[in-house]
Design a protein around this ligand. Structure first.
Ligand SMILES: Nc1ncnc2c1ncn2[C@@H]1O[C@H](COP(=O)(O)OP(=O)(O)O)[C@@H](O)[C@H]1O
Ligand SMILES: [Mg+2]
Length: 390
């Protein structure tokens, strides 16, 4: 039986969401396969790592028990021995518990996990892991880099201007002038790295711009200002696979046209702001949505094609979700952003596309192993006489 370590929690604003993704959408279906032994690795809010079967139980997190646990439980050590081994002290003094890991399933959202940091560690450990690699995760979590790569491949994004905090404080007037010259209002001002609409402002006039930029730069050292897509229809496409990615169904979150998703809408209210449950709509991780999206066939197909093109351009592997924006009147279609590890794996959508939760996690593990096998074929050793000179 293969051993899969599921890593979740982490130093991120999406720490709590990650616990639900891991427990409900990853660990449970993995255990249902009966093919895998699942080890739960929880990263606490302070960044400490724990490994324990009790961490699979949701009731631990509902109460203060988790604080107790974190104070008393031994931390896990990671051993890199041509692969990954978990090590922790056991209740018998001086004895240690070891567990060799065959595949890692990162179930992290946001900073220090979804953004490539964890993937870098796993890459160094030489263990197969599920989902995007370090480089594509880092690009995906940077709204500027992902848009620049999309543009370099001729893929449409809203027109934007980007800058670092230091640059803005040095050249504020010039930067504001550049934005006002190059872009047409209304505009969206965003921190480059955050999710859940934190620090994002829609700006309708020039005099609101500076304030909105300062908000974004309060959260991030890089910001972007982009043209708003009016008559907005949002769509999102979950995709899985390595060289030949497979799309799920194009999904259309339902929301009022004059507002945009914030953390509350996404996670706290079951999407109530999204317009309530109507025929054909579905309660997903982000509230109510239509699956498949209600679009003319050619526009639907174009959006799927754009999603797949972005996935490939950024070098995503395993799994990701591509968000797109459509102007409902002009039918213009734009790439918005990539989520390398969307909440709940978007399993509600995969289910509708005919993929069960068990099939989904099993496929994702297979993609991880296939990538790893490919990487093993690459030469990493190169013999030289360099050291003999010393
Ligand atoms: N250029 C834009 N035009 C219209 N609406 C936008 C634009 N950019 C963002 N939004 C709205 O703001 C929301 C959050 O922005 P997004 O870039 O997706 O950041 P987050 O990482 O917080 O999800 C989007 O889901 C959309 O509703
Ligand atoms: Mg978004």
């Amino acid at each position: 039986m293969k051993t899969i370590a599921v890593i979740f929690g982490g130093k991120s604003t999406e720490h709590d969401v990650s616990i639900i993704t891991a427990l409900a959408s990853v660990i449970k279906p993995l255990e249902l396969t009966k093919q895998f032994r699942v080890e739960a690795i929880y990263i606490a809010k302070d960044g400490s790592w724990y490994w324990d079967d009790r961490l699979k139980d949701i009731s631990l997190y509902r109460s203060d028990e988790i604080n107790d646990f974190v104070q008393k439980a031994p931390k896990v050590h990671l051993l890199f021995d041509e692969g990954l081994t978990l090590v922790k002290s056991s209740q018998f003094a001086g004895r240690k518990q070891y567990k060799r890991i065959d595949v890692v399933f990162p179930a992290m959202h946001g900073t220090h996990g979804e953004d490539g940091e964890l993937m870098g560690v796993l890459q160094m450990a030489s263990v197969p892991y599920v989902g995007c690699d370090m480089a594509s995760s880092a690009v995906a979590m940077d709204k500027v880099l992902s848009k620049l790569i999309a543009q370099s491949q001729g893929l449409a994004t809203p027109k934007f201007v980007h800058f670092k905090r230091s640059e803005y404080s040095r050249n504020m007037t010039e930067t504001l002038e550049r934005i006002n010259k190059e872009l047409t209002y209304p505009l969206f001002v965003k921190p480059a790295h955050l999710g859940s609409s934190i620090g994002i402002t829609k700006v309708k006039t020039k005099d609101e711009l500076n304030n909105a930029i300062e908000v974004a730069l309060h959260y991030d050292d890089k910001a972007l200002v982009e043209e708003s897509v009016e008559n907005l229809v949002e769509v999102t496409l979950p995709i899985m696979g390595n060289e030949e990615p497979i799309p799920a169904l194009l999904e259309q979150p339902l929301l009022k046209s004059d507002e945009f998703f914030d953390f509350d809408t996404k996670y706290m209210q079951g999407g109530k702001k999204g317009g309530g449950k109507k025929g054909g709509s579905e309660s997903g991780a982000q509230g109510y949505s239509k699956i498949p999206a209600d679009l003319p066939k050619d526009l639907y197909d174009k959006a799927v094609e754009l999603g797949l093109s972005v996935y490939k351009a950024v070098g995503c592997e395993g799994f990701a979700r591509i968000d797109m924006l459509i102007n409902g009147k002009t039918k213009e279609l734009f790439f918005n952003e990539i989520n390398p590890m969307p909440g709940s794996l978007y399993s509600h959508n995969w289910n509708k596309a005919g993929v069960s939760n068990v099939q989904l996690v099993t496929k994702l593990v297979e993609y991880a192993e296939a990538r790893f096998r490919d990487q093993q074929k690459m030469a990493t050793a190169f013999t030289t006489n360099y050291l003999k000179q010393f």
